[in-house]
Design a protein around this ligand. Sequence first.
Ligand SMILES: NC(=O)c1ccc[n+]([C@@H]2O[C@H](COP(=O)([O-])OP(=O)(O)OC[C@H]3O[C@@H](n4cnc5c(N)ncnc54)[C@H](O)[C@@H]3O)[C@@H](O)[C@H]2O)c1
Length: 446
Amino acid sequence: MSTEQQSGQQTAEKVAPATGKLGVMVVGLGAVATTMIAGVEAVRRGLAKPIGSLTQMGTIRLGKRTDSKSPLIKDFVPLADLNDVVFTGWDIFEDNVYESAAHAAVLDKETLLKLKPYLEKIKPLTAVFDQYYVKRLHGTHVKKGKNKRDLADQVRADIQAFRKTVDRVVVIWAGSTEIFLEPSAVHQSIEAFEKGLETNDPGIAPSQIYAYAALSEGVPFANGAPNLTVDIPAMVELSKRNAAPICGKDFKTGQTFMKTVLAPAFKARMLGVSGWFSTNILGNRDGEVLDEPQSFKTKEESKLGSLEYIFQPELYPDLYNHIYHKIRINYYPPRGDEKEAWDNIDIFGWLGYPMQLKVNFLCRDSILAAPIALDLVLFLDLAKRTPDLRSIGIQEWLSFYLKSPQTAAGLYPEHDLFIQSMKLKNTLRHIMGQDLITHLGLDYYD
Ligand SMILES: NC(=O)c1ccc[n+]([C@@H]2O[C@H](COP(=O)([O-])OP(=O)(O)OC[C@H]3O[C@@H](n4cnc5c(N)ncnc54)[C@H](O)[C@@H]3O)[C@@H](O)[C@H]2O)c1
């Protein structure tokens, strides 16, 4: 074995093949969801390439650099084929996926028209919704129930009905950002949570009702928003008990994606940072929801975490102890989904001399988020079929895609994109019984 490699688990039990149909149930058929669904169909028809998707375009190096062995990830691990993916979902509005995609105006009309016959067939199921948790929305297409337990049972019935038509199911939240909730007593165990469902505990948000339903059905659940959702002991317990994998929260798309690339670079070179001011303008429905202070607070918390963890000020007080980190998000309708983000970064170098870096990212929110949502779904399905992963609960190796990685209790999260990328790829090597890659590489010089 090369010194650049570490032995993979030779005894790894085999990953089950991805036979049959994968049913994807999306909570919230808005901009991100419809861009993912329309995109997958466009790729299936050969109209476009799945750019931005690691599962579809990425490769993975196996063995030594001199082995020249880098298969596509989708040829290396048994992922569901895009042709086997079937979509459905829930929304608080009745619009079908074509109408919702047209409203979101992310993809051009011409592309949407080509896909219309397929997209308009996907109609949302009635949602679990309560305006207390998303103040800016007034849902009309919603379930009625005598308490939160009854609503959870209705979502379970939706999942059971859909499961009869496919072979496996994954649920992903691409719904709106809910108000900021902190973990409370009701979140501490499955029993407390189930009691809270009966008594309509206000600590249980709609996103948690979907998550509870999915995990109770043994179905993996991903969270694209910064909501508390599965980031509580009750859900971790349920995830492990029912072999239903979960991961962190909040798609890491634009500004935070850049932060988790730049911050590790400053730290690697021991450059100090005194301030990081991040501002955004966006005009889609997500922007409108985030304009409301309580939903903004949820997003702000999620966006703030990365720098603190990457810089480790407790280890480098001279460099990172006094960072002024500020995040603003402003709703600006003319921009629609074409968000603009500015970052002003005040750094300092040798002998404390100050410098500045400006980043102006003119991005498209849902174009960046759609491939992430797709990859999370495909990888969670893989985790469910993998003996080593299915019952461990949190899939930390998927932190790569998320602004707020979730970890085992007491473990600090890894935010550095390149550590996350290495962790993801080594996890894939590990489950396939391949040697891990450490990048030591001394044996090339023997
Ligand atoms: N686009 C990005 O780059 C990005 C990045 C990170 C996180 N996110 C998050 O992803 C989520 C989706 O973003 P979007 O741009 O698609 O927003 P969107 O407003 O276009 O779509 C959200 C959809 O969820 C629906 N919804 C809200 N509450 C629901 C409920 N309880 N049940 C069912 N449906 C519900 C809304 O009606 C809407 O159709 C947001 O929370 C956003 O913060 C997006």
